[in-house]
Design a binder for this molecule. Structure first.
Ligand SMILES: C[S@@+](CC[C@H](N)C(=O)[O-])C[C@H]1O[C@@H](n2cnc3c(N)ncnc32)[C@H](O)[C@@H]1O
Length: 263
């Protein structure tokens, strides 16, 4: 029987890059360049922020899974006073702790370099667990989400783009490699996985800010070129074809939130 979680995993596996293209790639197409992620670009009021704040007690704690530079959690201080950030990337964690220091808001920060859900024991429990723009990287999504739920005392808030963020590069894959790329999964598919494991998420859709306002075009072109498995000398061609906001979280976003008791 096909389940929502197996459909999710299959849709993500469909993004695998054919071996011949991967072997010819000058550098790994995976990973996130820290230059494209900033903590200070989040507007003060999004559904994701509001849903986290309304569940937070004064002085409360937040666990941010896939913290990056801290965009999902630094904007929760105050009322939060304790932040735990988990990320696989040391460079992202350094940005997170530097941004927390620079904000100078009197917050107690703990950074854990590890993968989720393996980091769950080390991270412990927090009042609110946030996880923004990570789910499309997670093929084995059920243990990931269950661990988010177990780590939350009051609420889990997940934010993701309505569509897989890499779909914006699909015309470029066609142009450079003659390759048709997938279009799924979507935020609706993520909600279906949650329902399948007994979580009834509230789903709020909203139009987010255009992240590229903070991003240097040449960093964006380099990111797309790396994802496309091309050498740096193709940058001018990539630049000519790359839509304004390609490869970054697009404007159409979804906030999925639930309380641990509902799972
Ligand atoms: C697209 S960035 C989003 C960062 C931040 N949450 C934001 O919204 O700006 C995804 C981050 O999740 C991290 N990441 C992806 N999968 C992870 C996992 N299984 N465990 C821990 N970190 C993960 C990446 O290293 C990266 O920093």
């Amino acid at each position: 029987m096909t389940t929502a979680s197996s459909r999710w995993a299959a849709a993500l596996h469909a993004w695998a890059i054919p071996d011949d293209i991967l072997k010819a790639a000058p550098e790994s197409p995976w990973g996130f360049p820290p230059a494209l992620f900033h903590a200070h670009e989040v507007p003060s009021s999004t559904p994701s922020r509001r849903r986290a704040v309304e569940a937070l007690p004064a002085g409360g704690s937040v666990l941010d899974v896939g913290v990056g530079a801290g965009a999902a959690s630094l904007c929760l201080v105050p009322p939060a006073r304790q932040l735990v950030g988990v990320d696989e990337s040391a460079e992202m964690l350094a940005r997170f702790t530097a941004a927390a220091d620079a904000a100078d808001v009197g917050v107690d920060v703990r950074a854990i370099r590890a993968s989720w859900p393996e980091a769950a024991d080390q991270a412990g429990r927090s009042d609110v667990v946030v996880c923004h723009h990570v789910l499309y990287n997670v093929a084995d999504v059920v243990p990931f989400v269950r661990a988010l739920t177990s780590a939350a005392r009051r609420r889990v808030v997940v934010e993701l783009t309505a569509e897989h963020p890499q779909t914006a590069l699909n015309p470029l894959w066609r142009h450079f490699h003659g390759l048709e790329r997938p279009t799924g999964p979507t935020a609706d598919d993520a909600a279906a996985v949650l329902e399948e494991i007994g979580i009834r998420p509230e789903v709020e859709r909203f139009s987010g800010p255009r992240r590229q306002a903070e991003v240097d075009r040449k960093d964006l072109v380099a990111f797309a070129r790396r994802r496309l498995c091309l050498p740096a000398e193709r940058d001018p061609e990539v630049d000519a074809l790359l839509p304004e906001n390609a490869g970054l979280p697009r404007r159409e976003l979804a906030c999925l939130w639930w309380s641990p008791g509902s799972a």
